[in-house]
Design a protein around this ligand. Structure first.
Ligand SMILES: [Mn+2]
Length: 232
């Protein structure tokens, strides 16, 4: 799953739909926080899954990177707060500054990985930088890349498939990528959960790596606070 963006109710509903057991491995592709109303709730669920014995691995998204920067850099803080939906994250914690987010969560952000390679898949938040000599070398670009498909080195990639988020696309586009995995070797599973008012978006998506099956959950959260502040 990817780009939950504080949509705790949608996240819970998708987990219910998946009916996981502790033998399932769970991979989260980043952007747990910002925009949606309950970033703290999303993080609590993930930490709880770990505590209950689920195998959980979590990638870093650009929004977690931004929070860590905002905790140290006052001028970036205001940009994150107003422009990135950081306001909603801080409201969920009941604090006023990024640096005031409880240490338990800050420590979690610092453990996040840049890529995971598992069972013929490469998982990453935004994309791989194929201009780099080693596209798997940890690099902040991996959290921010857009429109990188033209640079894919299929020789280097071989039989592997890249799974990523970060760029919201429609449910139909995700389903199309899933059908064409054999040739395209990449799938974006960000269905713009927080963008519930946009056509064909507003779903949280899960991709079953074993069966190459998709699961969608329509957004159940009130994201109007973020959109009001964006328009206002
Ligand atoms: Mn992102």
């Amino acid at each position: 799953m990817t780009d939950i963006h504080g949509c705790r109710r949608s996240f819970e509903a998708l987990l219910d739909q998946l009916a996981l057991t502790t033998s399932d491995e769970l991979y989260f592709l980043g952007d747990y926080i910002d925009r949606g109303p309950d970033s703290k709730g999303v993080l609590d669920i993930i930490l709880d899954l770990k505590n209950k014995g689920h195998k959980v691995r979590c990638l870093m998204g650009n929004h977690e990177d931004a929070l860590l920067i905002a905790a140290k850099d006052r001028s970036f803080f205001y940009q994150w707060y107003d422009g990135w939906g950081g306001r909603q994250t801080l409201e969920s914690f009941g604090v006023h500054f990024a640096a005031s987010v409880p240490i338990k969560y800050m420590d979690f952000f610092k453990t996040l990985e840049y890529t995971i390679e598992v069972d013929g898949y490469i998982l990453v938040h935004a994309g791989l930088d194929f201009r780099s000599r080693n596209p798997l070398a940890p690099d902040v670009n991996m959290l921010y890349l857009r429109e990188w498909y033209d640079t894919i080195d299929f020789g280097w990639l071989g039989d592997r498939i890249v799974v990523h988020g970060h760029t919201p696309i429609s449910k139909a586009e995700i389903e199309g990528m899933c059908r064409n995995l054999k040739y395209r070797r990449v799938i974006d599973i960000d269905c713009g959960c927080f963008a519930q008012h946009l056509p064909r978006k507003g779903y949280l998506c899960a991709f079953d790596l074993t069966n190459r099956a998709l699961y969608f959950q329509q957004n159940l959260d009130d994201v109007s606070g973020y959109w009001r502040s964006r328009i206002g």
